[in-house]
Write a protein that binds this ligand. Structure first.
Ligand SMILES: CC(C)(COP(=O)(O)OP(=O)(O)OC[C@H]1O[C@@H](n2cnc3c(N)ncnc32)[C@H](O)[C@@H]1OP(=O)(O)O)[C@@H](O)C(=O)NCCC(=O)NCCS
Length: 151
């Protein structure tokens, strides 16, 4: 399966929302919120696609000189095959080229897979917010990757 990392477009919205809803407990991001992210010039919205199907997506908000990874999800049927890694790697490469100094994110404390992936890509835990996710009363782990490479 040849996976391509491309820029998300409005035609992908239905599949993006399906993947979001299958992966996150309510309330998750709405179609309207994804639409706004697609239109926002300070957002980088990437997609992993194969044979015309969306396999996953990632949303990064630029906040110069920093950025925030706001959402990432991979279709449940193809998780653990390196797709999340490809999406974040591409975003981090673009951040280096854009002179972003650091990328931040928050993740549920019990999300072992995501935390392991983020750590392996250079993110470090920098804080914890107790009960941050109201719907499950889970703590958030705040993680940051410093972009040290230069063009
Ligand atoms: C988190 C997510 C985006 C990662 O994408 P993915 O394509 O499944 O991840 P990858 O295959 O690129 O990498 C997963 C890594 O976690 C590891 N892993 C899998 N399950 C694990 C577990 N239970 N504990 C620790 N590590 C685990 C894998 O071995 C892999 O590491 P490796 O590349 O060093 O072998 C995806 O699983 C997902 O959509 N999860 C649900 C939504 C979500 O949690 N989003 C993140 C919110 S912060």
């Amino acid at each position: 399966m040849r996976i391509e990392i491309i820029t998300a477009e409005p035609r992908h919205l239905v599949e993006i929302v399906r993947i979001e809803q299958e992966n996150f407990p309510a309330p998750c991001w709405s179609t309207a919120l994804f639409e706004r992210k697609l239109e926002d010039p300070s957002v980088r919205f990437l997609l992993a696609e194969a044979e015309g199907h969306v396999l996953g997506f990632a949303v990064l908000q630029y906040m110069p000189p920093e950025a925030e990874l706001q959402d990432i999800a991979v279709d449940r049927t193809v998780q653990d095959r390196g797709i999340g890694r490809q999406l974040i790697t591409r975003l981090l490469e673009e951040c280096v080229r854009a002179d972003v100094t650091a990328v931040h994110l928050d993740v549920r404390a019990g999300n072992d897979r995501a935390i392991a992936l983020y750590r392996s890509l250079g993110f470090e835990a920098v804080g914890r917010r107790s009960g941050y996710y109201r719907n499950t009363d889970e703590d958030a782990i705040l993680m940051t990757a410093t972009c040290l490479e230069k063009r």
